[in-house]
Design a protein around this ligand. Structure first.
Ligand code: GLN
Length: 528
């Protein structure tokens, strides 16, 4: 088996045994990235030099007799802050921005010896289901390059599926880890709200956002989660839970567990072939001794409506900070990346933008006319008009509307009340069942360009994933077969902090199936 096809767990074992060096591992992936990126376009930034250097230093330390941990490559969704390394959230408004600090999840991975290979493409500020809302370029699905990888963490899922990296982090506000994982035939886990620190995750909808792993199998999801989970004093919503080694949960013993198949998420709106594959997965669970019944979450039918009020409301507040004064793009100015310096509005700043779309490659930077004098308000307006894409503007308008006087009660407050009812539905279901089952996405990956002009159809892609975010509970997507030659995902949802249970069930399922071993028909894998 080629090095790039090894899982995180396998690579870690090889590295620990000294059978391969960090430099060899990093080179193998960089070579793979170089050979497939033109087709897949999963990355916004490849962290080549730093990754090579880190690998070399770790190898040298190991040769010197030090106990060196890890050396496994990882990629991060570009809305996860990395100190000194471009972090754009897929938005032109943050083109060239290099954060002065790293997200806690990124710091924890680095401490555990992971080597950060790059930042992956995503829908702008994680708003979308296809990665087509990226301000830079779309990403292709490795299973069919004419199709979307899902979103918003489409770059992370595509990179893992295309063997450009063995694991990646994504963020999930309404399904953005699970849905792309499902579209790309990999494993995606959205943890319980508060289990993984959001410090340094650029906020979209703060009551829903969670960082989580995207991997090629369940054991790797457990391994990565073990590193990033746990209390963080820097995030006030971080749960006070003791560190857990989730790999201990990987025992395929699910005999006697009970599960509910959620009627509202498995019927209308779900592609018949997807339903059939998920039905077969449920049969496998039954064969393993899980007692399965149909179960109803009556308010789940309103989940999309709640989400598209609550998420935009929070986003409209979170995105108020991009006004051209503190960081990122400012109308009429090209900022000097990394220095925090910016000229006055109207001056053309020095051309020092590095990274994706940097330099003179277009984008909004430098569009102001020399000598132009603007009021502060005009500067804000022009900055936001030029820096944000259409979907982000739509969300800001929606959010501002539902929070404004007169509409707050009718929309925002009502959505919050409905959210409580949905949470109660879940509580009732979990009093009866250990976990719940549904498809991850109602369809397989759709063609690029198919839904970009139809926001409502795009929003439908999150039908099955959004309820878990609204309830704050964990959910995992695992590959469960193929429809029209494209991967289908099975979603398992559990009560808050039931990650061990979900991983155990997912692992048991995986052990009895072979879907996760299938490889995309992609682009001549070079043997090294
Ligand atoms: N697709 C959903 C949205 O557009 C969810 C995104 C996410 O989970 N970040 O909001």
């Amino acid at each position: 088996m080629k090095l790039i096809e090894k899982t995180v767990t396998q690579l870690a074992a090889l590295l620990e045994a000294g059978e391969v060096t960090r430099a060899e591992v990093v080179e193998a992936y960089l070579e793979r990235i170089a050979s497939v990126e033109e087709a897949v376009a999963a990355f916004l930034y490849v962290n080549e030099d730093r990754a090579r250097k880190q690998a070399r230093l770790m190898d040298e330390a190991a040769e010197g007799g030090a106990a060196v941990l890890g050396g496994v490559p990882v990629a991060l969704k570009d809305n996860i802050c990395t100190k000194g390394i471009p972090t754009t959230c897929g938005s032109r408004i943050l083109e060239g921005y290099r954060p002065p600090y790293s997200a806690t999840a990124a710091v924890r991975l680095e401490k555990a010896g992971f080597i950060m290979l790059g930042k992956t493409n995503c829908d702008e500020f994680a708003m979308g289901s296809s990665t087509e809302n990226s301000g830079y370029h779309p990403t292709a699905n490795p299973w069919d390059l004419r199709r979307v990888p899902g979103g918003s963490s489409g770059g992370s899922a595509a990179a893992v599926a295309a063997f450009e990296v063995p694991c990646a982090l994504g963020s999930d506000t309404g399904g953005s880890i699970r849905q792309p994982a499902s579209f790309c035939g990999v494993v995606g886990l959205k943890p319980t709200y508060g289990l993984v620190s959001r410090y340094g995750l650029v906020a979209f909808a703060s009551s829903l956002d969670q960082i989580g792993p995207i991997t090629r199998d369940v054991a790797d999801a457990a391994a990565v989660l073990s590193v990033i989970a746990g209390h963080d004093p820097l995030d006030s919503t971080s749960a006070r839970v003791k560190p857990v080694d989730y790999t201990h949960a990987l025992v395929p013993d699910v005999d006697g567990l009970t599960a509910g198949v959620v009627t509202e998420l498995s019927g209308e709106g779900v592609d018949p072939e997807v339903r059939e594959r998920v039905g077969r997965a449920v049969e496998v669970l039954t064969e393993l001794g899980v007692e399965v019944e149909e179960c109803s979450l009556p308010h789940a039918r309103y989940a999309l409506d709640m989400y598209y009020i609550i998420a935009p409301a929070e986003a409209s507040s979170n995105l108020a900070r991009y006004d051209g004064t503190r960081y990122g793009y400012r109308h009429g100015v090209r900022r000097l990346a990394g220095t925090g310096e910016a000229g006055e509005a109207g001056e053309a700043g020095p051309d020092g933008v590095e990274g994706p779309g940097g330099g003179d490659s277009g984008g909004p930077g430098g569009s102001g006319r020399p000598g132009e004098r603007l009021s502060l308000l005009d500067m804000y307006v022009a900055t936001r008009r030029e820096g944000f894409g259409a979907e982000v503007k739509r969300r800001i308008m929606l959010g501002t509307y539902v929070l404004s006087a007169g509409y707050y009660e009718a929309y925002y407050l009502k959505a919050q009340k409905a959210r409580t009812l949905l949470r109660q539905d879940f509580e009732r279901a979990f009093a009866r069942y250990d976990f719940l089952v549904s498809p991850t996405s109602p369809t397989v990956a759709f063609p690029l360009g198919d839904r970009v002009d139809d926001p409502l159809r795009m929003y439908m892609a999150d039908l099955c994933t959004i309820p878990a975010n609204l309830a704050g509970i964990p959910a995992i997507s695992v590959p469960c077969g193929f429809a029209q030659g494209l991967p289908v995902g099975l979603q398992l949802m559990g009560p808050a902090f039931s990650e061990e249970l979900l991983l155990k069930v997912a692992f048991a399922y995986e052990q009895h199936t072979e879907h996760h071993t299938k490889k995309p028909p992609l682009l001549g894998v070079k043997r090294r």
